[in-house]
Ligand binder design. Sequence first.
Ligand code: SF4
Length: 179
Amino acid sequence: MGIIVSSIDYILNNARANSLWPLTFATSCCGIEMMQTVASDNDIARFGSEVFRGSPRQADLLICAGTITHKMAPVLLRLYEQMAEPKYVIAMGACTCGGGMFCDTSYSVIKGIDKIIPVDIYLPMCPPRPEALLDAIRKLQKKIKSETILDRKKFVDSHTSNLMESKDILVLKQKEQQS
Ligand code: SF4
């Protein structure tokens, strides 16, 4: 029985890893580098991830490229929740990973999207080059191939509580209710 389950996991994981469909989502300058990754010079299609989708329901990879503000956080959370399971996240750029250059100077920027959604791969540069994004996708593919559905569930569950308790999200929800 164990052999059968392992074989099914192996086949499904390989299929998932080699056909990641990213959501079209970028909020600032890192988005330009993400677009460049799709161009022929870098050719993200080599890794099966060229099918950028306009709808979160048709995507299973969120490449969060750019600054996330408090105002944007509920939108990001909603898009993530609407994505197909199992879903994966790459935090692209220093701003997404930890606030970047706005970390100490801006009141409006969230200091890391892991306060809102679970992150699989961090790519902290300003901006990351297309080659770096391709490397992040390769690392994510390796991760997907090595984990079982139970591993995935544990990973996501361990972040759900952080997400619900996030101070940023609670403040935003309170503001939404008041308006
Ligand atoms: S990390 Fe740099 S390039 Fe990316 S969004 Fe922030 S300031 Fe722009």
